[in-house]
Design a protein around this ligand. Structure first.
Ligand code: FAD
Length: 394
């Protein structure tokens, strides 16, 4: 029998990896441990919140993976015996592996902002894992009265999808402008700068004049306390009571990463950028949002790129060959309106023990571009979503 690889998590990273590894070498036995029957994708979920898209368009099953010969185990990994190379599932089943690939995504830090715990998240959704939280935020926006204030609290770096809060702000602004035009949107930010900032700010000025206000860290954007029943956020500069509050809290690698010892004190997982092998536990590899990806942003595009690079490296290692040195790309599209988008792209390679950006290889959409350019990018964004979900889930 061939080598055994166990994958923890069937999101963009884990599912893409399992399929890529089977393509590299069909003799490798690949088991994907993922508790959900279907995956709910985050990209495009901001359009669901704004009432532009059905949540059903975000659902993907594991049939495609099974057709490729991957075994989907509908369970949760709770422990790993690294010395015996054995993953333990919630139902006490044990899976032996030659290599373990950990791709659990993120967890919210529900102890980071006083007052924002699991119960508060049921009142003031983060909607940073797609599913029920996405629908809750959508219902709250639909139910609010015209003239209300919507507040988004954006987290410090690093976090899942750096342009995501601002894409969300744009689409909620579109929703308010068309459905509740007397309302306002306030973004309280724990940072002084954000991804594609000039493009987003230009879009807000042009498309939603007077509707969106962004408050940076230096001007009191950091939320220091949350009163969930009172829908009030306190900052160093005062407090804001809102009709709808979306708190996107600080984040860390999915809890299993800490449980098995691959996360460091930052809460994220240090890796060797050539092989994605953990710097803390051998024969365990981490890909996707949970990994410290150096300059690579935490995105589905990145998760997929890391998955393919890790599959090539692992197939080589399992054959007793050199892993090879990867070159990875990322492109993130953000909708600024239902039919308009902007993008950022980058190329990355291992250097000095980290994934480092290749200077001059990336860039963003041009500022001051005609509307047709933004519309073309929205078409690319839809095409990208179709391609990436097909690659990951078949
Ligand atoms: P996930 O997709 O979260 O998958 C992790 C999986 O692991 C989950 O299915 C979970 O159930 C499973 N899991 C966790 N713990 C265990 C365990 N113990 N045992 C078994 N399974 C476990 N990215 C883009 O590229 N483009 C975009 O336009 C974009 N838009 C976004 C918009 C929003 C609003 C958000 C929130 C994110 C967006 N992203 C986008 C980012 C993207 O969703 C993430 O970067 C991507 O999902 C990361 O993939 P992952 O596989 O690492 O984690």
């Amino acid at each position: 029998t061939g080598p055994r690889v166990v994958v923890v998590g069937g999101g963009f990273a884990g599912a893409s990896f399992a399929r890529a590894l089977k393509r590299e070498d069909p003799t490798i036995a690949v088991a994907l441990v993922e508790p959900s029957e279907h995956y709910t994708a985050c990209p495009m979920s901001n359009a669901v919140i704004a009432g532009l898209r059905d949540i059903g368009a975000q659902h993907f099953g594991y049939r495609g993976l099974e057709d490729d010969g991957i075994v989907h185990v509908p369970q949760r990994v709770v422990r790993v015996d690294a010395a015996r190379r054995r993953a333990v599932l919630a139902d006490d089943v044990m899976l032996d592996y030659d290599r373990l690939v950990v791709a659990p995504g993120i967890d919210m830090r529900l102890d980071a902002i006083p007052g924002y715990d699991a119960a508060a998240a049921e009142l003031l959704p983060h909607a940073w894992k797609a599913g029920e939280q996405t629908l809750l935020l959508r219902r709250q926006l639909e139910a609010m009265e015209d003239g209300g204030l919507v507040v988004i609290s954006a987290p410090p770096n690093p976090f899942r999808c750096p342009p995501g809060p601002y894409e969300r702000a744009s689409l909620i602004a579109h929703f308010l402008q068309t459905r509740k035009p007397r309302s306002k949107l306030l973004i309280l930010d724990a940072k002084d700068a954000f991804s594609k900032q000039r493009l987003f700010e230009q879009a807000w000025t042009e498309l939603y004049p007077g509707l969106v206000e962004w408050v940076s860290l230096s001007f009191g954007g950091k939320v220091t306390e949350v009163d969930a029943p009172g829908r009030t956020l306190t900052t160093e500069f005062g407090s804001h009571k809102a009709a709808v509050v979306n708190v996107i809290p600080p984040q860390r690698a999915g809890a299993i990463a800490t449980a098995i010892g691959v996360a460091d004190q930052t809460g994220w997982c240090p890796i060797d950028p050539m092989t994605f092998e953990s710097r803390l536990v051998s024969n365990v590899h981490i890909i996707g949002d949970a990994a410290i990806g150096g300059a690579m942003p935490k995105s589905a595009f990145t998760a997929n790129a890391q998955a393919k690079a890790c599959a090539t490296a692992l197939a080589n290692l399992l054959r007793g060959q050199e892993p090879g040195s990867p070159k990875l790309t990322n492109t993130c599209y953000s909708l600024i309106a239902p039919d308009q988008a902007v993008s950022i792209a980058g190329v990355y390679e291992p250097a000095n023990g980290l994934l480092t950006e290749v200077q001059g290889a990336g860039g963003t959409s041009p500022l001051d571009a005609p509307r047709s350019v933004r519309e073309e990018e929205a078409v690319y964004a839809q095409a990208w979503f179709k391609t990436i979900t097909q690659e990951a889930f078949g």
